[in-house]
Design a protein around this ligand. Structure first.
Ligand code: FAD
Length: 549
């Protein structure tokens, strides 16, 4: 197969134009193209009056070697035609079932059933290693009821909410499935293929910016659970890990202790607890697990009418179904040295209450597959620095988050309503008392307020500088009635749990820190990729193989 990149065609091209473009690129006769598949489709909207679709295709042609040689001779510097890479995942351990049936075999434990945990468990199960998954929250359908209770009635269940429960933090989300991580082994492709097997639409395999929305994520997570169980894995819900059992001399993991006091023996424990498991991080520090403070960000969610964003991005092509609801990505380096950037943008979605602790307000965003809600929302956040904004201690970032989340709770009226401010008022430095044309989507409700009371001064200054400049890039971005909802604090983990090349904690052999909470992922796809990597590391250790083979 040959892979052709950067095939550019107008937005309204007829279907046969793609085949023609492949033949023209390779200078081959019509019957020399045997078949092709689209590997990726994105768009280039830099010129709004001439938006282009940009394809990467894999194609089988007659006399492939000769076609490639001829192409390279004619275009020696062109990097856009190559042999398609091998993308299939090959398990590093193939005798897992035999290993798992030996007397005294201890199943690997995976803590957390988020994308990192379930991809680690699936990978271990597919290798025959029968993982045990311990999840503090509930199965996804029951969890949905608890999550909606916060959104509809202002009732928080601390162990079952947007952050905790089957599917992890990304379950009630936009389900964006792309990532910037380097992925030379195409593990992201494996994650997406497993998602498609579990019911996600096939288009996620080729769209440059795929998303699946929250309802499809819920049923997908159930399918993945069924597959893990069918392959010999076991789930225990409502099971919070509260302690590690360690060898007194070496600190090596011997098992875990649950909140009910049960001890479960294990030599391999994957810690995929996400960025909000604050009690678990505290327990890990007390157990002597090495951790480091890590930068993250703080800010607000901003909402605009989706139509404003669509027109600013696509001009007269706004509304074209091939483009969908428009996204944006904005960055500004403020004069006080802070970076301001858009985060987790959700076209046609809603702002959601995302706290997991009582007396706090935290924002995030989600959408359905259709992305058909009235507003676009995005985090608008400012970078933070450990050692400057809070002490350079692994748990200090968590304390910083809690401080501002409590301030937001107070500014919202102490009822899980969130404080909101019109952009016009925020820029003018006056509290909002009423709202305008943009109706905030946050539930259980909002309170017009002064967001500068629940953000650090440097963040307020950086946001005030950035918004008018973003308006120059995206017309309407600083519109008076756009709404800001506070506070967005959980952009990534406030700490990192360092691990070696063998995937194990540097201080605690047998512990495999993984995913977003450990600082190795940021988003659903990268968390899933990390889950596969860490499952491979566990499997290699169980089978006695070293990382070098
Ligand atoms: P998590 O998904 O956080 O999973 C950790 C799991 O561990 C949880 O289920 C938790 O209950 C469990 N757990 C924690 N402590 C314990 C314990 N002690 N014992 C047992 N279990 C425990 N990312 C995207 O890529 N695209 C998006 O569109 C997107 N939208 C988002 C929208 C929202 C509202 C939120 C909150 C996040 C969103 N994210 C999105 C981020 C994404 O969800 C995370 O990056 C991803 O879920 C991280 O995966 P993870 O498996 O590392 O951790």
């Amino acid at each position: 197969m040959l892979r052709l990149t950067e095939l550019r065609l107008p937005l309204d091209h007829p279907p046969e134009a793609l085949e023609d473009a492949i033949r023209a690129r390779l200078a081959i006769a019509p019957d020399a193209l045997e078949r092709f598949t689209v590997f990726r489709r994105g768009h280039d909207a830099r010129r709004r009056s001439a938006i282009m679709l940009v394809y990467t295709v894999d194609c089988a042609v007659k006399d492939e070697a000769a076609v490639l040689a001829r192409y390279r001779a004619a275009h020696p510097k062109d990097p856009h035609v190559n042999i398609a890479p091998e993308m299939a995942w090959r398990p590093p351990v193939t005798d897992g079932a035999a290993l798992a049936s030996k007397p005294g075999y201890l199943r690997p434990i995976v803590i957390g059933a988020g994308p990192c945990g379930f991809m680690a468990a699936l990978t271990l199960a597919q290798m025959g290693l029968r993982p045990l998954i311990l999840e503090r929250g509930k199965v996804v359908r029951e969890r949905t009821v608890d999550t909606f209770a916060l959104w509809r009635k202002g009732v928080l269940t601390p162990e079952s909410n947007v952050q905790f429960g089957e599917g992890g933090a990304g379950t009630f989300s936009d389900g964006k499935l792309y990532s910037q991580v380097r992925d030379p082994r195409f593990l992201g492709r494996r994650v997406l293929e497993e998602f498609v097997k579990a019911g996600a639409p096939e288009e996620i395999l080729y769209l440059a910016h795929p998303h699946i929305g929250t309802f499809r994520l819920v049923s997908m997570v159930e399918h993945i659970r069924a597959e893990i169980e069918a392959a010999g894995g076991e789930y225990r819900f409502g099971t919070r890990v509260d302690g590690l059992v360690q060898d007194e001399g070496t600190g090596r993991i011997k098992g875990v202790r649950t909140a009910e006091g049960e001890v479960i023996a294990a030599d391999h424990v994957v810690m995929a607890v996400g960025h909000s498991a604050r009690d678990t991080f505290t327990m890990l520090q007390q157990a002597g697990v090495q951790m480091q403070a890590k930068p993250f960000s703080i800010g607000v969610r901003i909402e605009h009418p989706q139509s404003v964003i669509d027109t600013a991005q696509f001009g007269t092509s706004a509304g074209n179904p091939l483009l969908g609801a428009a996204e944006y990505r904005l960055v500004h380096h403020a004069s006080n040295g802070r970076g301001v950037y858009s985060f987790c943008m959700c076209p046609g979605g809603t702002v959601v209450a995302a706290t997991s602790e009582e007396g706090q307000v935290v924002t995030n965003g989600m959408s359905q597959y259709s992305r058909a809600e009235r507003n676009a929302n995005s985090g608008m956040v400012v970078d933070l620095r450990p050692g400057e904004d809070y002490p350079d201690d692994p748990l200090a970032g968590m304390a910083f988050q809690r401080h501002w989340e409590r301030k937001a709770f107070e500014a919202g009226g102490r009822s899980y309503k969130a404080p909101v401010q019109r952009v016009g008022d925020f820029l003018a430095g006056r509290p909002s008392t009423t709202l305008g044309a943009v109706v905030p989507s946050y539930k259980p409700g909002v309170t017009p307020a002064d967001l500068s009371t629940c953000l650090p001064d440097f963040a307020v200054a950086a946001l005030r500088e950035a918004l008018p400049l973003f308006d120059r890039k995206l017309k309407g971005f600083a519109m008076e009635d756009a709404v800001m909802t506070g506070v967005e604090t959980r952009t990534s983990s406030p700490l990192r749990i360092p691990r070696g090349a063998d995937g194990q904690s540097l201080s605690t052999p047998g512990l495999y820190p993984a995913g977003e909470g450990a600082g190795y992922a940021g988003g659903i796809l990268s968390a899933g990729i990390d889950g596969i990597r860490i499952a491979e590391a566990v499997a290699m250790d169980i089978s006695g193989k070293t990382v070098d083979g």
